[in-house]
Design a protein around this ligand. Structure first.
Ligand code: CA
Length: 231
């Protein structure tokens, strides 16, 4: 399967060139022009890597990276910063908030793709070695490090918010959580307005879980819990 990359860059000329060249190299590419929509697209699409310009309108690249690292779902998502020459202090800042690598503009396509391949290889290795953050319940496997859920071996695709919610519930089996608590702890302060309805997410998650839907139990008037054993 093609690897997917989200490119966040406000200069449209650079954005077009990046998209064209990366697609030619066999990547699926989504583009965004500011930090806020970049974060949203990353949450919606769970890409394999993010190319992140540091100088962005509204939410800048450093802040985008910081927010990605604060979130369990995107914590290990590879991020390569794009920086202008002479912005060394920004590079230090970016690496400090957890970016994996950086590349200085202007750069050649071959330089960029070599860097992307290296970062993807490195993060793949560390993911395989870690193996934690993986929860199994019967034939259901929730692997937050790989942003992946499988039911009886079949991959099920979740949005970042759904995945975070499912992982949070499954990490605390048999514990009942209120909607407010789930909102605060599972979805977090970075919830967008559309993310705030827990019931809608739970409904979507159950539908996708198919035969495992009953693992999430509704506690009437209180909230939800994830069962220790499937019945
Ligand atoms: Ca810029």
């Amino acid at each position: 399967m093609k690897k997917s990359i989200v490119v966040i860059e406000d200069e449209s000329d650079i954005l077009e060139v990046l998209k064209y060249n990366l697609e030619r190299e066999g990547y699926r590419v989504k583009t965004c022009r500011d930090g806020e929509s970049g974060l949203r697209v990353v949450r919606e699409t769970n890409p394999d890597l993010v190319l992140l310009d540091l100088m962005l309108p509204s939410v800048d690249g450093i802040e985008v990276c910081r927010r990605l690292r604060e979130d369990a779902v995107t914590r290990s998502l590879p991020v390569i910063m794009l920086t202008a020459k002479g912005e060394e202090s920004d590079i230090v800042l970016g690496l400090g908030v957890g970016a994996d690598d950086y590349i200085i503009k202007p750069f050649s396509t071959s330089e960029l793709t070599a860097r992307i391949r290296a970062v993807l290889r490195r993060t793949q290795q560390s993911t395989e070695e870690s193996g934690r953050d993986r929860i199994e319940r019967g034939g259901l496997v929730i692997d937050i490090a790989r942003h992946q859920v499988t039911a009886d071996g079949e991959r099920v695709s979740f949005t970042a918010t759904e995945l975070r919610l499912l992982h949070f519930l499954a990490s605390h089996p048999d514990r009942v959580f209120t909607r407010d608590l789930l909102l605060g702890r599972a979805i977090g302060e970075h919830a967008y307005v559309g993310d705030r309805n827990i019931d809608v997410h739970i409904r979507a998650i159950r539908k996708k879980l198919g035969p495992y839907r009953e693992l999430i139990e509704t506690i009437r008037g209180v909230g939800y819990r994830f069962l220790e054993e499937s019945s």
